[in-house]
Design a protein around this ligand. Structure first.
Ligand code: SAM
Ligand code: DTB
Ligand code: SF4
Length: 354
């Protein structure tokens, strides 16, 4: 076994860049063995958390993120859509629940939510919770007041990514700073919402940048509960459409190092699965990934079909992780089911006194 054995049971937040690079440089089998060992200390290795994503407001975003098909700065021929109606969002959430998702994530192509939009997104959170699903939103930057409103509505997770290392960040986004992202994350944390924060690889960053992203995430005062690792989805019309492929083993190494640095976090094998074969996804699960986005679409780009994912789970003996529904959630769900029963029964009875 290699000297650099880091089987830490509890999270550390003093990782140096050199230590992280040394993990990346381990022989592949040693790295995966360490990652799998850490993984088994905190999780059932045969369970994967399943989230479904929905774009609740699509395209025409004022930000210039070079990877993003929804930025208004690039012509990606995406059909723009205004904020969806609450009812439509809840219909989608119900379908997601019926197909086995335990968390429903709603994403908006905004720099930040406008005050006039808040009442609608708060209703969405309440409705999703009432269905007995965990709720997650990603709406751009948040003030502390907006974070508190979302927390009061019952939001479980807020997704806000750092995307890459502080050094490479300016090459990818110029319309908002790394500091502003950290401020939003601090607001979310302070409001008591769980943090979902990760990044994208395959954007032309160096190995040092990948280590830098993981260093930022791991060294947060409290590590994010959920860490999405996205492989860049190259979309025609974006400045990164011709970017060189990242070596697949480097991607698996990134997952494994994330697992070792953040032993208690769910690491999500996020965007990019449509371009990965089953063997690569299996390796990612072995390296410690234990969450996926499930359903045919991410926000605007394709994701593997649900039945393909279920077949892969079957082949690997993986079970979807079940959500722990609290008493309050269960009561709310019962109330909602009662409302639905009442609405449905109206169709079958006419008013004989009229
Ligand atoms: N507008 C909000 C924001 O940026 O904070 C929320 C939605 S935004 C689409 C959420 C995340 O999706 C981004 O931070 C980025 O990490 C990821 N993402 C966007 N386009 C992507 C792509 N082409 N490939 C991989 N990940 C992508
Ligand atoms: C995250 O880290 N990845 C998801 C979610 N958070 C919101 C989004 C991936 C988007 C991929 C490109 C698209 O479908 O538009
Ligand atoms: Fe807008 Fe978010 Fe896309 Fe950036 S990643 S352009 S903020 S939707």
């Amino acid at each position: 076994m290699n000297d650099l054995t880091v089987l830490s049971a509890s999270p550390r937040n003093d990782w140096s860049r050199a230590e992280i690079l040394a993990l990346f440089a381990l022989p592949f089998n040693d790295l995966l063995f360490q990652a799998q060992t850490v993984h088994r200390q905190h999780f059932n290795p045969n369970e994967v958390q399943v989230s479904t994503l929905l774009s609740i407001k699509t395209g025409a975003c004022p930000e210039d993120c070079k990877y993003c098909p929804q930025s208004g700065h690039y012509n990606t021929e995406l059909e723009k859509e205004k904020l969806m109606e609450v009812e439509k969002v809840l219909e989608e959430a119900k379908l997601a629940k019926e197909s086995g998702a335990s968390r429903f994530c709603m994403g908006a192509a905004w720099r930040e939510p406008h005050t006039r939009d808040m009442p609608y997104v708060l209703e969405m959170v309440k409705g999703v919770k009432a269905l007995g699903l965990e709720s997650c939103m990603t709406l751009g930057m948040l003030t502390s007041e907006q974070s508190r409103q979302l927390a009061d509505a019952g939001l479980d997770y807020y997704n806000h990514n750092l995307d890459t290392s502080p050094e490479f960040y300016g090459d990818i986004i110029t319309t908002r700073t790394y500091e502003e992202r950290l401020d939003t994350l601090a607001n979310v944390r302070e409001a008591g919402i769980k943090v979902c924060c990760g990044g994208i690889v395959g954007m032309g960053e160096t190995a040092d940048d990948r280590a830098g992203l993981l260093q930022q995430l791991a060294n947060m005062e409290q590590q994010p509960e959920s860490v999405p690792i996205n492989m860049l989805v190259k979309v025609a019309g974006t400045p990164l459409e011709e970017e060189t492929e990242l070596d697949p083993f480097e991607f698996i190494r990134t997952i494994a190092v994330a697992r070792i640095l953040m032993p208690q976090s769910h690491v999500r094998l996020s965007a990019g699965r449509e371009e990965m074969n089953e063997q690569m996804q299996a390796l990612a699960f072995f390296a410690g990934a234990n969450s996926i986005f499930y359903g045919e679409k991410l926000l605007t780009t394709p994701n593997p079909a649900a039945n393909k994912d279920m077949q892969l789970f079957d082949k690997l003996g993986i079970q979807p992780e079940q959500v722990q529904v609290t008493d309050t959630d269960a009561e709310q769900e019962e109330q909602l089911q009662e409302q639905i029963r009442q609405e449905e029964s109206k169709q079958y009875f006419y008013d004989a006194t009229a």
